[in-house]
Each structure stands twice: as C-alpha cells, then as structure tokens.
Design a protein around this ligand. Structure first.
Ligand SMILES: [Zn+2]
Length: 458
C-alpha cells in the first residue's frame, strides 16, 4: 500500500487530497478545493497531479468544500469511477457544490465584464451541470459497515464528530490497512456523536489544524454567549452573528433551544438569514439517527432547536431585506462566517454604527477578512462604497471549534490499540510540528510530515 500526498500537505490546511495505490488499484481520498484569495482560484484550475481517468474510486471524508470542492472538476476531466461517502455527506454534497458552482460562475461573469476588450474570457471552474453529473457517481455508505469498493479493497467509515456525516476512512487491502481521519471534531460538540476510537491499523493519516493549541472550555464559552445576550437585551439593540452554514448555525440553534428560558430568548426574534443554512438544517433534520444521546433528548423536548417558536428562516432576498427595518430585538444569524461575503454584510452595514447593537464572532477569522478587522478592533470600515464608524460592541467567543485541539488529538490517538506510525496533513507547519513532537514524546511513534508529491509506503 502506497500513499501519495497531493493536497493539504506541506503545511496547508485546505485542498485535502491523497492518492492510495494498493491491490493494483488507485483510490483517491478527498478531492478538495484550495481556499483563500485569487491565487487559490488559479491553483484550483490547474491540472491534477495525476490523470483523473486513472483513478478507480474516490472516497470522501465529509462535505466541507476544502474536502470535496474539486470533485465536479475531477469528473469533468475524466474520472468515471464511484464516489463513496457517508449518506448524510451525499445529501450535503449537492448543496455545498451547487453553491460553489454558482460562486465560480458569478466570479467568471464579473471578470469577463470587467476585463479589457480582446482579452480571452475566463471560464468558471465548473457549472451546476457538472455538479449534477458528479452527483450521479455517489454511493452512500453507513458508519461501521465493511464495503468492498473495488475487488480486494475494503472501506469502513468511522464517526469523526466534525460535521454531520463526517467520517474517518479505514482502507484495507493486501493484508495492510490505513486510517485517514479527515477532520476530527471536538468531543462534546453538540448534536454530533464523539469521534470513534481508531481501529487497529498500520498507519494513521491525521489532521493537525490545532496541533499546537488547546481550545477554551466549552461550558464557559456557552455561558459567555448567554452573558452577551443578556447585555444586548439591556442595550435594546440587535445582535448579529456571522456563522458558517454547516455546523455552526445548527449549533447556535441548539444552544438557543437548550437555554431558551434561562437566556430569556422569548423576548427576541431569531432570524436564520441564509438559504444555504436552511437547506443544511433540513439535512440535519433528516438524519436524526446520527445525533448523540443529548441531542436526541433535546429534540424530544418542548423547545426544538430548528423549530424555536420565534425562529424566522428567511429564504428570499426580500425576506432578508425586511430584517433591515428592525432596530432592536433581533438576533440575526447569517453567512458568511468571516463576513467576507454573503447576507451578513448587509446586516453589519445596518448595525455596526450604533452602540446599542452587538456583533458576536463564533468562529475563526482569517487574515484579510472583514471579520478579522472587526475582531482586531478597527473603528472604521469600508462597505458597499461607504465608510462606517464602528460603535457596536464586537465580541469574540472562542471555544466552539469544529476541530479537535492538541490535547484531544493526543488523547484520541492514545486510544489506538496498537499506536501505529502517523502521517500529518491538514495543518500549518507550527501546528503539525508541535503535534509531531508531542506524539513522538508521548507515544514514541514515527511521524511523517506530508509534502506535496511525497510517497509513503505502508
Ligand atoms: Zn471540515
């Protein structure tokens, strides 16, 4: 069994893609997009480092774009084999990729309008039709069931606890085996079950996003959220929460249901202003069988997370615009999570200038985004061609991460029955170097830092 690293290697966290050769077959694990800026667009359009037609099967870990974003392109360029994924991932697949296709088509249109006459037109990376074509190749799998995906090659998915349908992929062939973790969630993440312990295997290919740090305590984080909402209620303004459509939006609604009474939430109107988050929420609703025991209990309770009595889901642009006329008493959850696009920008434009309003950031804010500027405390921002003075209260609530931290990754590895060698991917260099050092020190195991094009025999 030989692994060749092609993405989320060499100190990067996006573009997850690994090629496994075994039993005369070529199996791709993930086929994600590189994210972050214009340079990323160019890299995503580059030829694959392998011939797509030579791949026999693709297995995907979960539905985040940095793990599935290039699948329609792989199909467009000649991949004809099956695509295996957990059933909920198959349901999220078209929602995520149609959004990516529409973004790519939109950007290409804009560039073609703006470029100088005589310049060649830019084509979108792929279109909605390419997504639909790729969707035809999906094969849903359940967790903890062996499936012979190709003659002599068996796959078994294990719960990764990161987003709905997220899986660790166990691959066995020729008497050898490996486990690819995909993204590993934090234990205790609401709604989802905790990550499964690793099976006995010959190699673990592991993510390392937070390999060098530990998250703030979750209970303290949730309590902080409650305190901010109480302060906001006293101020009489609105609360704007930029949030990702998958995971974080649903998690917020979960906390709102659980604390509906003690946070006095009946006094607010809660808006989920994101058509994509609404679609993703519907997929969560269809997969209650994947919820953990606490979530199952909350769902049996009087106040249900996705059916809060004062929850308004705005699908149309008009619904979204109507929120602009509300000057107090609204909690608005909208994307994008880093406020670099999406409907949340309109809500920020309307609310940032007034001291009665509060903005709560609940996720990582990358450099160069509006979210990062606000978190850093800028007093003036430029939006939609105008200058806005920031008077609203800006809060950062850490501790709701969808990724396991260093301690959790070490503890998770510690439950392995045989402590096999490790290869690290999906982490910036300081993070994976710190995790590699801790793994070596605590377990005495060999750790490889993956590099693009590097081969590793298992
Ligand atoms: Zn992910």
């Amino acid at each position: 069994m030989r692994i060749e690293f092609h993405g989320a290697a060499g100190g990067e966290v996006t573009g997850s893609c690994h090629l496994v050769e075994v039993a005369g077959k070529r199996i791709l694990l993930d086929c994600g997009m590189v994210q972050g800026g214009r340079e990323a667009d160019a890299r995503n359009a580059e030829p694959f480092a392998f011939d797509p037609a030579s791949i026999d099967a693709l297995v995907i870990s979960h539905a985040h774009i940095d793990h599935i974003g290039r699948v329609p392109l792989l199909v467009k360029r000649g991949f004809k084999g099956p695509v295996y994924a957990q059933a909920a991932t198959c349901d999220l697949f078209p929602i995520m990729l149609l959004d990516a296709a529409s973004l790519s088509e939109h950007n290409a249109e804009r560039e073609n309008r703006e470029h100088a006459p005589g310049q060649p037109d830019v084509a979108p990376l792929y279109t909605a039709a390419d997504v639909t074509a790729a969707q035809q190749q999906l094969h849903p799998l359940a967790y903890e069931v062996d499936t012979e995906i190709l003659p002599g090659v068996t796959v078994r998915l294990h719960e990764a606890g990161h987003i709905l349908g997220s899986a660790m992929i166990e691959l066995r062939a020729d008497g050898r085996s490996m486990l690819f973790t995909g993204d590993v969630g934090m234990r205790g993440t609401p709604i989802l079950r905790d990550p499964a312990s690793p099976p006995r295997t010959d190699l673990i290919l592991m993510e390392s996003t937070y390999g060098d740090r530990n998250h703030k305590d979750r209970a303290a984080t949730v309590a902080e959220l409650g305190q901010i909402l109480a302060a906001a209620q006293a101020d009489g303004g609105n609360v704007v929460i930029p949030a990702f459509a998958v995971g974080r939006s649903q998690e917020l609604l979960y906390w709102f249901a659980e604390h509906f009474e003690d946070w006095n939430l009946a006094k607010w109107t809660i808006f989920l202003d994101s058509p994509m988050a609404a679609k993703v929420t519907a997929v969560y609703d269809r997969h209650e069988e994947l919820f953990d025991a606490e979530a199952a209990a909350v769902w049996r309770g009087r106040i249900k997370p996705f059916k809060l009595p004062n929850l308004r889901v705005s699908e149309s642009v008009d619904d979204s615009k109507a929120i602009n006329r509300i000057h107090g008493g609204a909690i608005i959850i909208a994307g994008s999570g880093m406020a670099n696009g999406g409907r949340v920008r309109h809500h920020l434009e309307n609310n940032l200038a007034y001291a009665r309003n509060h903005v709560i950031f609940v996720g990582y804010q990358a450099a160069g985004t509006l979210g990062r500027l606000l978190v850093n405390g800028v007093k003036q921002v430029r939006m939609f061609g105008g200058e806005i003075s920031v008077h609203a209260h800006i809060h950062t609530v850490g501790g709701l991460s969808a990724h396991a931290d260093q301690q959790s990754l070490l503890d998770w590895y510690g439950t392995s029955p045989n402590h096999p060698p490790v290869a690290l991917a999906h982490g910036e260099n300081p993070a994976r170097e710190a995790l590699a050092a801790s793994l070596k020190q605590r377990f005495g195991v060999a750790v490889t830092l993956s590099q693009p094009g590097m081969q590793l025999d298992v």
